[in-house]
Ligand binder design. Structure first.
Ligand SMILES: [Zn+2]
Length: 217
């Protein structure tokens, strides 16, 4: 197995998508190839990789708007959570797996920011693609306290299920750095430092002031 892993700035609202594959097998997947699907496919082709799936972490427009073009270019099926409102040929839910050459991707269902949200984990290299669940320095926005409670539960499950050494790769470049580790986020991300769900809800309410006070962007 030879890992191919590229973080691609796709456009939009500082969106990140990913090319992930096994060079030896000549196989790769695109993750959230929005805004510039041609660039994602070009990176795969330049390396002689066949795109086997187009994976969406969740089905917000800014993550799926490249699907149609990516499918047209690759003929690969779209893989996402079955609750996704777009057509999903390969349904992925909690505990699901997908082989990409010798890579074995694992999926965690992590609702909150979106009901259909998945985190994508590649265990051999300890890579976790967090979509809009965990960003560097913050977490995905939620519209109601109820959604925020659901997100809190998802975060706690991820912290239990995935090794702290895992590198994390978010769906937007919102932080001080483009990637992080679970351990570093646990130590520094104010939302992951919350002692309980009430502190988490409180921080969400205070976030605009908190950001201003600390000079965060
Ligand atoms: Zn989103």
């Amino acid at each position: 197995m030879q890992l191919v892993f590229e973080q691609i700035r796709s456009g939009g609202d500082r969106n990140f998508g990913y090319l992930l594959g096994d060079r030896d097998a000549g196989r790769a997947v695109l993750i959230d190839p929005s805004y510039s699907p041609d660039a994602f496919v070009a990176r795969a082709r330049e390396q002689g990789l066949t795109v086997t799936h187009i994976i969406n972490t969740h089905c917000h427009e800014d993550h799926i708007n490249g699907n149609a073009r990516a499918v047209e270019l690759t003929r690969a099926p779209v893989a996402a959570h079955p609750a996704c409102p777009v057509s999903v040929e390969v349904p992925l839910s909690e505990g699901g797996n997908l082989s990409v050459g010798s890579l074995q991707l694992q999926f965690l269902h992590v609702p909150g920011h979106a009901a259909d949200h998945l985190a994508v984990y590649e265990p051999a290299h300890d890579i976790l693609m967090t979509g809009d669940l965990i960003f560097v320095g913050k977490v995905g926005g939620t519209r109601t306290d109820e959604d925020a409670r659901v997100e809190w539960d998802s975060l706690q499950r991820v912290l239990k299920a995935i090794r702290p050494s895992a590198t994390i790769w978010p769906g937007h470049d919102y932080g001080a750095r483009p990637s992080s580790t679970l351990a570093l986020e646990r130590a520094t991300n104010p939302f992951l430092r919350c002692a309980d769900v009430d502190a988490f809800l409180q921080l969400k309410r205070e976030w605009p002031d908190y950001k201003k006070r600390l000079g965060l962007r």
